[in-house]
Design a protein around this ligand. Structure first.
Ligand SMILES: [Zn+2]
Length: 248
């Protein structure tokens, strides 16, 4: 028996795609391109149906893929996209003999990184700091705007990383937000923020809590469903070892 979920794949949502497409390449391995309307719960079925084809295709590219992976274990991303706030940067990396990495993003749309760019730990650390700085810049502002729009007040907001949650709210009304929310499409980030704001009124997932969520986010059921796979939006460089659990 084949365990169809055993395939390692990347999922790409394409507004132009009409049907589900499977691509296997040495560079990307298995890539699944789906139309926007695609229900991800159908994925296991698709993978199961095509498992023989996928196995053959993966087997064919395996030697080349292993070679590529061994030769290029770490690479800075080409671009960084914060869907939540509609910002995108091209990343230009320059390897120099400097001992430290430096980052410059004063020009709009462009990030310059210099130094030992082949060093994965240093690079991840640098990009992680960039992510937090950007999250601190944008997410509290987004939360404040939603708080005004909904009339739900909170005491303070903080940004976290390497946490197992997208967001949380304390009994004192302190809201913590995961910096990786920047990678999510804006309707999902908005949903998480509204969800946490509603916890300032109901610190549970009671029916009254959900009716309050529904009042401010009528489409919350769809958003809740999409949040199950929201981890897919987070690029590999920003992944912590921990998986992110559903909303708290
Ligand atoms: Zn919750």
């Amino acid at each position: 028996m084949t365990d169809t979920t055993a395939f390692d794949y990347t999922l790409r949502i394409s507004p132009r795609a009409r049907v589900v497409r499977l691509c296997v390449s040495p560079h990307r391995g298995l890539e699944i391109v789906v139309p926007r309307w695609f229900n991800r719960r159908q994925l296991p079925e698709v993978l199961h149906e095509k498992s023989a084809w996928i196995e053959r295709a993966l087997e064919r590219v395996r030697p080349q893929r292993e070679e590529l992976l061994a030769a290029a274990p770490w690479q800075l991303p080409d671009r960084i996209q914060f869907r939540a706030v509609d910002l995108e940067w091209e990343v230009r990396a320059r390897a120099t003999s400097a001992r430290r990495l430096s980052i410059n993003y004063h020009r709009p749309g462009l990030i310059d990184i210099q130094g030992p760019v082949e060093d994965e730990a240093l690079s991840r650390h640098l990009l992680g700091r960039f992510l937090v700085v950007q999250a601190e810049l944008h997410l509290p502002r987004l939360l404040a705007a939603l708080s005004r729009a909904t009339g739900l007040s909170y005491r303070r907001a903080s940004i976290r990383r390497q946490r197992s949650r997208w967001g949380s709210c304390s009994a004192q009304g302190a809201i913590s937000l995961n910096a990786a929310l920047l990678f999510l499409p804006c309707h999902l980030t908005r949903y998480v923020l509204v969800h946490e704001l509603c916890h300032t009124v109901h610190l549970n997932h009671s029916n009254r809590f959900w009716s309050l969520v529904e009042k401010h986010c009528p489409d919350y059921r769809t958003a809740e469903r999409e949040m199950r796979d929201a981890r897919d939006y987070v690029p590999r460089w920003a992944n912590s070892e921990q998986a992110i659990a559903p909303l708290a």
